[in-house]
Design a binder for this molecule. Sequence first.
Ligand code: PMP
Length: 359
Amino acid sequence: SPTSVVRLRTTLDNVPGYVPGKPAAQRADLTTYKISSNENPYPPLPSVIKAVQEAALEINRYPDMGVVALREALAQRFGVGVDEVATGTGSVGLLGQLLQITCEPGDEVVYAWRSFEAYPIVIALAGANGVAVPLDSDSRHDLTAMADAITDRTRLVVVCTPNNPTGPVVHADELDAFLDRVPDDVVVVIDEAYLEFGRDHRAPDALATYRARQNVVVLRTFSKAYGLAGLRVGYAIAHEPVAAALRKAATPFGVSDIAQRAAIASLEAYDELAVRVDALVTERDRLLTGLRQLGYAVPDTQANFVWLPLGDRTPAFAAAAEEAGLVVRPFATDGVRCSIGEVEATDRLLQVAADFIKR
Ligand code: PMP
């Protein structure tokens, strides 16, 4: 970090930087694809564009700070009370809010690693101590080890299912056994950013789990299956005191009117969006099968991406993909995550993978 004359929080030195997926460079010789940020490749639905256009006429006004219409729509859809719903500027915004309402400096947050790269960032920003518990050999959460990692200082546990960037879900029975071991006053957030892409019957019913347990929070987003990544809107289902605290900790007017109305229109159009999700799931399974046939040890994935645990060969694979006009997401020397995008991107990725394994 650059040296500063003014005094900044020393905690900032511990905050890792967020490295977003690079945009795909324009090339004269071929169409390039960005498959690095788990975005939905489909353009917005006409009904969503119409909602955005209508909202655009009123951007001289602040949005509804209470986000009431969207919260009501979510409450109705999921059979919870409107007071059990909180929204944020993306689910990553809600994660920050969750840290603020649970952790004093020095408190502990248990999470799996490797998982979503924003976790260590929001934890460090809050001055809390992250306790990263390694995934098991199948790239899945080791919920036994996570329960063992809980101490008197633990205030929050993050369970990411399906796990970004590796893909598998936690199993319902494992989650229940885990939750039985978590003290009642420790919040457990189930981050289901990729829920809609899941087809594994062993996955938990997070809402049923939430109803049965006062300390569970369910976190979801409009960025992936709903295709609204650019509008920054996520939501949490939480028991009333927690949801009220989350709303208190929100950036005032943080979810724009454009985002609120687009999210409502997307909920209304979910049947149409589900057809697209199904197509992406088919494409994901084609990619997973193809990569495994080539000899890659790809873990199961229930999300809109696949994980290639390539170790030291991670940067070389990312470079080979880029050469072929594909921007993928390398994570240090752990592996490469490739999002499901256009059919042509999948075809090309399989070709890159076939050439790479022969090297
Ligand atoms: N949780 C997980 C597991 C994610 O992968 C992401 C996005 N990469 C998010 C939360 C945040 O998504 P958003 O802020 O766009 O809702």
